[in-house]
Design a protein around this ligand. Structure first.
Ligand SMILES: Nc1ncnc2c1ncn2[C@@H]1O[C@H](COP(=O)(O)OP(=O)(O)OP(=O)(O)O)[C@@H](O)[C@H]1O
Ligand SMILES: [Mg+2]
Length: 447
């Protein structure tokens, strides 16, 4: 009879858990949840193996792994979050979040399990984390001794269930992986390209709102900013200034406008798509997303660019419209998985209803994508009322519109454009652990 003796060793222990898995399962159904579980296991398992970790066991909707070195466990935690984030940003149908806890110390290994206070501590830290967060016992940071250059932020002592003394804990900062920065000489879309005759005068508070939104969105937190005001007050100009900074940071600037006379369906989206198409080889054809065949309705030339497009499905008008909405969403999410996108939709006061419905759909479907949507509209036009229906929809979905920031020079004789950066509802908030990683290292931070 073979007898395997238990072994005591020092190890760094990492726990993961899929956030809200039970609710997710009942929402998407058993089969979809099983397939998501396979994806989750693959992503988390690969990240652990890639950092020299060993998966000890699966724990409900997570994993427990051990590592020979503290720095490896931290690297694995970051790789897990980046892999999940990449999955979410690539336009996956079902997105999910994972929390991670790490501790270290002497543990007892059996053939297929591992026990000890560090194991309990790691599990409790994981339970204390939010989705997207990595929490470590502070001792993990001390043992890593600066290796890997990781950033830790102290979050104080945590009372963890079953652990006698409070545990000093730290959060590990991580940043999404973005592969591409657009060349600085990439042209701006025609709507924004007109070189301004004068340097921008004033408008700093408004520009700050726009640039904050841009930076936040580049870290995978989609933002919506609406600029409104009288004709000629400088709405498009502010959007152009934002575009110049976004381009300088390596972002992709897309734009389109609505036209009073033309009344082309989905005109601003079609113009933005055509612009991306005209950038040629700067933009890989995969960026047009998995439903590019539907986008041909907006820009027929796309059929010549994207090889092997599936024939477009036809059906009842509602189903066709929904597929188009999904195709536009897939295009922008797929593009934003590689490069942060600034999408300017100019003159929305002339937008027709389908365009506004598409905008609303896009806003809802891109909460975790590196997309900044800037819409401009004349607040005086009767058609601004149309947009108010869209805005009411956002309100109902829990978005909040903060009060306007005003320029110091604001006065009755010199009105300012109204800049409102829409805040996410709580249920869509991304944990604060995601710090902005844009611009990429080496890129200057201002124009
Ligand atoms: N703060 C500013 N500093 C310098 N020039 C400005 C400023 N704001 C606007 N302009 C200039 O004023 C002109 C009108 O601005 P812009 O086209 O942005 O207005 P708008 O609000 O978009 O108008 P419309 O409702 O007609 O689209 C442009 O030439 C623009 O460059
Ligand atoms: Mg304008």
């Amino acid at each position: 009879m073979a007898v395997t003796a238990d072994r005591i060793d020092t190890a760094t222990v990492l726990f993961t858990d899929l956030v809200g898995s039970t609710a997710l399962r009942s929402r998407i159904g058993e089969e979809a949840a099983d397939s998501l579980r396979v994806t989750h296991d693959q992503l988390v398992g690969d990240a652990i193996a890639g950092a020299r970790g060993i998966v000890v066991k699966h724990t409900g909707d997570g994993m427990m792994a051990t590592f020979p070195a503290a720095v490896d466990a931290v690297a694995a935690g970051i790789a897990i979050q980046q892999a999940v984030d990449g999955h979410n940003r690539r336009g996956a149908e079902e997105r999910f979040e994972v929390r991670v806890g790490i501790s270290v110390g002497d543990v007892t290994f059996t053939t297929d399990d591992c026990f000890g206070l560090p194991v309990i501590e790691a599990q409790r830290l994981e339970a204390a984390a939010e989705g997207g967060q990595i929490l470590c016992a502070e001792i993990v940071r001390h043992l890593a001794r600066g290796r890997g250059g990781y950033e830790f932020v102290s979050i104080g002592d945590l009372d963890l269930k079953g652990i006698p003394d409070p545990v000093p804990a730290v959060e590990v900062r991580w940043e999404p992986v973005v592969q591409v920065a657009m060349p600085r000489e990439t042209p701006l879309p025609p709507v924004l390209a007109r070189p301004p005759g004068f340097d921008l005068a004033g408008r700093q508070p408004e520009l700050d709102v726009l640039l904050d939104a841009w930076k936040d969105s580049a870290a995978g937190r989609r933002k919506v900013v609406l600029l409104s005001g009288e004709p000629g007050i400088g709405k498009t100009r502010l959007a152009t200034e934002t575009a110049l900074v976004a381009r300088h940071h390596g972002g992709l600037v897309l734009a389109g406008r609505c036209d009073e006379e033309l009344e082309l369906p989905f005109q601003p989206f079609a113009e933005a798509l055509r612009f991306q198409l005209e950038l040629g080889d700067e933009v890989p054809s995969e960026w047009f997303g998995s439903l590019a065949s539907e986008l041909v309705r907006l820009v027929p030339e796309l059929a010549d660019r994207v090889p092997g497009l599936a024939p477009r499905l036809s059906g009842d008008p509602d189903a066709e419209r929904m597929r188009l909405f999904e195709a536009v969403t897939s295009w922008l999410r797929t593009t934003a998985a590689s490069v942060p996108v600034l999408l300017v939709l100019d003159d929305l006061h002339w937008a027709d209803r389908p365009t506004l419905l598409l905008l609303r759909h896009l806003v809802h479907e891109t909460a975790h994508d590196a997309v900044c949507i800037v819409g401009t509209y004349r607040s005086t036009a009767r058609t601004a009322r149309r947009l108010s229906t869209t805005k009411r929809g956002w309100h109902r979905a829990g978005f909040r519109q903060p009060s306007q920031r005003r320029s110091p020079e604001s006065s009755r004789s010199c009105p300012n454009p109204h800049v409102s950066s829409w805040k996410e509802p709580r249920w869509q908030a991304i944990p604060s652990s995601r710090s902005s990683q844009w611009p990429p290292p080496g890129c200057p931070r201002s124009r």
